[in-house]
Design a protein around this ligand. Structure first.
Ligand code: SF4
Ligand code: SF4
Length: 338
């Protein structure tokens, strides 16, 4: 893997290089939060030192919230033609790149999801390390440092960035920007790098103790606290929408009023919704909110390990910020630990 330098005085030129590869998207403020938005001019591409948590994670680029997958008419079924633009997503934090690696596994193991793949191939990931805020706990989920899944990855070391090249696309960007990326990386840069890593490691303040949680999910499956959480849960599904590794979806056929034509929609769903587990004959095998909460947390903290070798929580802190009744990884782990 190659490591290069980018001087801060050349930072604004980066936009022009990236823009040659596709639309440039990056976090921008929206009220008191951030969203990934399209950057139209180089002045608007801002590099943040502190962790930036967008309301929705980058899964929104890989699986649209709601889209048409089939047009239906009496004479034919037709797959709609969609022009998917190439998007260069800048400022993606390590935990979200880990989430992307989890999505890659999920959507390509056993069955390849072509809707995901055709968008995945059109996304270029420019990662960036930053100092944690009070909600990030990726140091506890082993996702605070990332070694794969990005095209380029930036670490801010004061007057310059260290830039890791992680793919052929990343290499193409570096070639096109050969006047701003420098191969001259002297050995003493390592001191700055080690000092930064240490400063960042010490800056984490959210310490959720996940030790033994996988076993506790099994042992505490029938504990009373699930019913207490079930009483509070609003079934709003926000935890699912904001979680970078949640993948629930539904597919429905909708007919036009003339009943001759229609389409098949695929849209984000949530296992927190009552209807999600409703099957033929009106049987619902997760009728209670407590049962649905158990499913959500079993999937995050236990079941995913059996399938893919790691938990599917990357410590982004979104569920902590988002749940209106304080049901989140932190409060669930507190209960599991008694
Ligand atoms: S756990 Fe919180 S965010 Fe999730 S469905 Fe229940 S109330 Fe909504
Ligand atoms: S469970 Fe919560 S902290 Fe973990 S990845 Fe999902 S939203 Fe982030």
């Amino acid at each position: 893997m190659r490591v290069l330098k980018l001087s801060k005085k050349d930072e604004k030129k980066l936009y022009d290089v990236l823009n040659k590869f596709g639309e440039v998207w990056a976090p921008v403020p929206k009220g008191s939060r951030y969203v990934y938005d399209k950057i139209e001019k180089k002045e608007d591409l801002v590099s943040y030192n502190e962790f930036v948590r967008t309301i929705l994670p980058i899964k929104k680029f890989l699986m649209p919230q709601d889209f048409n997958i089939l047009n239906l008419s009496p004479s034919k079924f037709e797959t709609p033609k969609v022009d998917i633009p190439t998007r260069v997503i800048v400022g993606v934090p390590p935990c979200e790149i880990h989430a992307l690696n989890i999505l890659d596994k999920f959507y390509t193991t056993d069955f390849v999801d072509n809707y995901y793949m055709e968008r995945r191939e059109k996304v270029i990931i420019i990662g960036k390390s930053s100092l944690p805020d009070e909600y990030l706990f990726s140091h506890k989920t082993n996702t605070s440092i990332v070694e794969e899944g990005y095209d380029l990855f930036f670490i801010d070391l004061g007057d310059y960035y260290l830039v890791w090249v992680g793919s052929e696309k990343g290499d193409d960007i570096v070639r096109l920007g050969s006047d701003i990326f420098s191969e001259d990386v002297p050995v003493d840069v390592a001191h700055d790098f080690v000092a930064y890593r240490e400063k960042r490691r010490k800056a984490f303040t959210k310490h959720i103790d996940l030790e033994g949680v996988t076993d506790l999910m099994e042992l505490m499956y029938d504990a009373d606290f699930w019913d207490e959480f079930g009483e509070k849960c609003l079934s709003c599904g926000q935890c699912t929408m904001v979680c970078p590794t949640c993948t629930c979806f539904n597919v429905i056929d909708e007919l036009e009023l003339n009943k001759d034509e229609g389409h098949r929609r695929r849209y984000w769903d949530s296992c927190m919704f009552k209807d999600y587990s409703l099957v033929a004959g009106q049987h619902n095998f997760r009728e209670s909110r407590a049962e649905r909460l158990k499913l959500w947390y079993t999937h995050k903290l236990k079941a995913f390990i059996g399938h893919f070798g790691s938990p599917s929580c990357v410590g982004c802190g979104r569920c902590i910020i988002t749940c209106p009744v304080e049901i989140n990884v932190e409060t669930v782990v507190e209960k599991l630990k008694g």
